[in-house]
Structure formats: structure tokens, C-alpha cells
Design a protein around this ligand. Structure first.
Ligand SMILES: [Zn+2]
Ligand SMILES: [Zn+2]
Length: 155
């Protein structure tokens, strides 16, 4: 049941699908090797959205996996098509936030522009843009958490 006036996306077979009914908190480019593998791409390009601002359908088809301890991020693929679908952030004391890979959207051009790069030291290619670039685990996690906190506090 796509809502025509909201960004709509999903896995390749659409057994997992979502509509954003609220604002994108921020968009980030992550060059970590887990995102590279998860997306089968040189980097992950994701938008962060509060769970309450997402109409998620086909939850029973999502197979979540955590790739690193502590499991801050669980990455979900569709159990049917194995397509990339959703990433769930598990941060204590924080509202539930989802990340959606930009390539899962029907119209990625309608999404906000990326705000920063993280794990830039793991990049497969250079990016000649003016965006902040964080390298290494701690600076990258801090940049990401800072963006998350900042965007949540603005609302
Ligand atoms: Zn699917
Ligand atoms: Zn990553």
C-alpha cells in the first residue's frame, strides 16, 4: 500500500517495504567493510529515520544479523529475495531509529543530500566533496552518534 506522497522503498521483491511518514534525520556515507559487504557496493549510503516515522510492512520477512559486538546495528535482509532492506540501531536510552540504504528507495533523488562520510580510511575510492570525513572507529562512531543526537534534539 504505497503512500504516493511519501518516500517509498523496499527489498527487490517488495515483501519488505516501507514508507517514510516523517522526516529523514540525516543521510550518511559509511565506508566500513561491513557496509561494503552488506550493500555489495564501495560504501553504504543510508538515511536515518525514527521508527515512529516509518510504515514498515513485511516485518516477518526480515532476517536480522549483527556483525560486530556490541551489536549497535542489526542489518536486515529480506528472507525471500536476500535483498538489502533495513538496518536497526540499538542505542540505549535513544528512540528506535532505522537506517535505510538509499538504493532501496523508488526515488532516491527525492531524499536529502548526504551530510558526512565515516570510516573514510576504509574507502575504496576517493570522494572529491566538501563533506566532513571521519576515519577510524571512534571518530566515525562519534560523528555518527553526534549527528543522531543533534537531529533528534532538534525535534
Ligand atoms: Zn525481498
Ligand atoms: Zn558501515
Amino acid at each position: 500500500m504505497p503512500l504516493s506522497d511519501h518516500p517509498h522503498g523496499g527489498c527487490s521483491c517488495q515483501k519488505v517495504s516501507f514508507d517514510l511518514t516523517g522526516p529523514v534525520l540525516f543521510r550518511a556515507l559509511c565506508h566500513c567493510t561491513i557496509c561494503q559487504r552488506f550493500n555489495a557496493a564501495p560504501y553504504g549510503d543510508v538515511v536515518a529515520v525514527r521508527a515512529r516515522d516509518v510504515l514498515l510492512e513485511g516485518v516477518e520477512n526480515i532476517a536480522y544479523r549483527s556483525h560486530r559486538q556490541p551489536p549497535i546495528v542489526s542489518r536486515g535482509r529480506c528472507a525471500s529475495c536476500d535483498g538489502v532492506a533495513i538496518e536497526r540501531l540499538n542505542l540505549p536510552l535513544m528512540p528506535q531509529v532505522y537506517l535505510f540504504p538509499v538504493q532501496t528507495f523508488a526515488d532516491p533523488a527525492a531524499l536529502p543530500d548526504p551530510g558526512f562520510h565515516i570510516f573514510y580510511d576504509k574507502r575504496q575510492q576517493d570522494h572529491a566533496d566538501d563533506l566532513p570525513k571521519s576515519s577510524g572507529y571512534l571518530p566515525s562512531e562519534l560523528r555518527f552518534t553526534g549527528a543522531l543526537l543533534g537531529s533528534l534534539l532538534k525535534r
